[in-house]
Ligand binder design. Structure first.
Ligand SMILES: Nc1ncnc2c1ncn2[C@@H]1O[C@H](COP(=O)(O)OP(=O)(O)O)[C@@H](O)[C@H]1O
Ligand SMILES: [Mg+2]
Length: 447
């Protein structure tokens, strides 16, 4: 790797510094796309390495969007950078419309009719994918007819059918309303015999969308967007930590909505800047079902610029595959999807998972052993592999400042500290012991 971009740490075999600049790698022909997938067991240092990469790309003018920070881990880093994360979840007034037209509305008038048509087809395609993914999360697998009707509903709702008008903003409740109470033209246009047949046929998807609007995410993704991304900030994030109590599925659905929303927003943000979009914990979304996987896949595929670096963080290859059996449609999408990430960063794994990774990524025996052995012996160790080149063993080096602002064990540490205080108080030696424990605590924080 040429010495360009973020200096991540050192190459333990060659001994030199290791640099990372995926856009440069695409331009000089080292790889075909700038996307990065990071594999690793929890706690191996995936997120920390991504934070280091993000901070160290900043001097090159690269900005970052954290699309869904499930645990709120990035919030202290963002604050230290002077940016304000958008907090979504119970108690927060922030809303993100899953069907946001984003920058499309502002550009619309400047485009030719032909460009308008193609942009609209593109955004409607993404929305249909998103809505069917959301329906699947509610336990309903959408049919081709559902998809065709959804596309027709969306097209009518945004006002694409009427010539020369501006696009109308729409929300999921608008779609639900059109399905539950269809105008006559809609069922005729979709070739149903009558209104009754339309209602019967579309009942499952109508109800699935309604559950979303009234379920644990009610109000979060189904009203007009009232937050604005600050495109000038060095980094932006959407903190989902408040959703934690609402369960895994709610978090996964939220990640799906946010992913789609930020993909459209970043794709249309035409300021010529290189941007990193981080999809931490994206495996949660992938587990929702084949549609959620397809939605993520199309966000990667439809990204029309090589100026967006997508970084996806997952645990193991099975995250891509749990949605279907080997040989199924999902498995083949998942396999193809891996090729959309030229750079693979492989942190420590168990022997079993390392073998799976070896198969999925055609790793050499030596590379596989590095992941199941060497990488597990210290945090921040990973095999960095670009397409078919031999992987390089790299140790990420964090600065003291980075470690202070990105300590994902902080909660665990403070709980542990409190429980120790509690124990010493109960033992009757409170005065003496708490003093000394306090002193040791301070010391450990400093170091
Ligand atoms: N390269 C590194 N050097 C020192 N400590 C690290 C390094 N990478 C991670 N850590 C520490 O390990 C802990 C877990 O790291 P994290 O990045 O959250 O892992 P993951 O995202 O894989 O679950 C954090 O407290 C972090 O400070
Ligand atoms: Mg992490």
């Amino acid at each position: 790797m040429p010495a360009v971009g973020a200096r991540i740490g050192y190459d333990v075999t060659a001994g030199g510094a290791f640099y990372f600049h995926p856009v440069d790698a695409v331009l000089n022909g080292t790889c075909t796309n700038p996307n990065v997938v990071v594999f690793g067991e929890p706690g191996t240092g995936k997120s920390s390495t991504v934070v280091a990469a993000m901070l160290r790309m900043m001097p090159f003018g690269v900005k970052t969007l954290i699309s869904g920070d499930v645990k709120g881990e990035y919030t202290p880093v963002l604050k230290a950078l002077g940016a304000t994360p958008i907090v979504l979840g119970p108690g927060s007034p922030a809303r993100v419309n899953a069907l946001d037209l984003g920058p499309l509305t502002a550009r619309w008038d400047t485009w030719t009719a032909r460009r308008q048509r193609s942009e609209l087809t593109w955004i409607l395609g993404r929305w249909v994918q998103l809505l069917t993914a959301l329906a699947e999360a509610q336990g309903y697998a959408a049919t081709v007819t559902d998809e065709a009707v959804l596309a027709a509903v969306l097209r009518r709702a945004v006002g694409a059918a009427d010539a020369n008008t501006r696009l109308r903003p729409i929300t999921i409740p608008d779609v639900h309303r059109a399905l539950a109470d269809p105008p006559d033209e809609l069922w005729r246009e979709s070739r149903f015999a009558d209104r009754r047949q339309f209602l019967d046929h579309l009942r499952p998807i109508t109800d699935a969308l309604n559950n979303l609007v009234s379920g644990p995410l009610a109000g979060m993704f189904d009203a007009a967007t009232n937050v604005e991304l600050d495109w000038d900030a060095p980094a932006q994030s959407m903190d989902l930590s408040r959703l934690d109590s609402r369960g895994d599925k709610a978090v996964a659905v939220a990640l799906t909505c946010l992913g789609s929303w930020s993909a459209i927003a970043t794709d249309l943000q035409d300021d010529g800047e290189i941007r990193i979009v981080v999809r931490d914990e994206v495996w949660r979304q992938m587990r929702l079902g084949v549609r959620a996987l397809m939605s993520f896949d199309s966000e990667l595929r439809l990204s029309r610029k090589h100026k967006i670096i997508q970084i996806a963080l997952v645990h193991k290859p099975a995250d891509f595959l749990t949605v279907g059996d080997a040989g199924s449609q999902a498995a083949s999408i998942a396999r193809d999807m891996l090729s959309l990430f030229s750079t693979r960063v492989l942190f420590g794994q168990t022997t079993r998972v390392a073998t799976e990774l070896g198969d999925a990524l055609s790793l050499a025996e030596k590379e596989r052993l590095a992941i199941s052995g060497w990488a597990n012996h210290r945090r921040g160790r990973a095999l960095w592999k670009t397409e078919n080149q031999t992987g390089r063993k790299v140790q990420t080096v964090l600065s003291a400042v980075e470690r202070r602002h990105f300590d994902t064990n902080i909660q665990l540490r403070s709980t542990y500290r409190n429980s120790r205080r509690e124990t010493s108080r109960n033992s009757g030696a409170a005065d003496v012991a708490s003093g000394s424990i306090g002193a040791r605590d301070n010391q450990s924080v400093e170091t």
